[in-house]
Design a protein. Structure first.
Length: 156
């Protein structure tokens, strides 16, 4: 069904999503602020769903992009504003969480760019639609992290 190049691109995306899943799971354990821990854990679960979607594609089953979850962005809408005073007097915790957020945002930018490239490389429109949906979710993850950072003075 897929060309060798398309399979290679899917494998690359799967690897990137597995790294995201592991990174967010670790970052949820390393974060100081409970709201940030919850945000990272929520994104880790969504990244695991992305891995499963790509595995389905690799096995020949193309999920409808309408069946993909679209809950990204909803779970942390208010987490940033609740967090504003959390770091008072906790410079090390703030620096640590800021580092984790900056790295997570950088990762989301990279993965989203990978999806962008792959979308143009697939001939099947259903595959393109599914990849486009996953890319939009990656962009939502980036926005969730950005919103947290912005609300907590970590992004200027």
């Amino acid at each position: 069904m897929f060309t060798q190049k398309e399979m290679s691109l899917l494998q690359d995306l799967k690897n990137a999503e597995q790294i995201c899943t592991e990174k967010y799971s670790k970052y949820a354990q390393q974060a100081s602020a409970p709201q940030l821990q919850n945000l990272f854990q929520s994104i880790a679960q969504q990244e695991q769903q992305h891995v499963q979607t790509i595995e389905q594609m690799m096995s020949g089953s193309i999920p409808s992009s309408n069946s993909q979850s679209s809950q990204s962005g909803q779970s942390s809408q208010n987490s940033g504003s609740q967090q504003a005073s959390c770091y008072q007097g906790q410079d090390q915790a703030y620096r640590n969480d800021s580092y984790l957020c900056n790295d997570a945002l950088s990762t989301e930018k990279h993965v989203s760019a990978d999806y962008n490239t792959c979308i143009f490389e697939f001939r099947d429109q259903n595959v393109r639609n599914t990849l486009n949906h996953l890319q939009k979710e990656e962009q939502q993850h980036g926005k969730m992290v950005y919103d947290y950072m912005s609300a907590n003075g970590m992004y200027s």
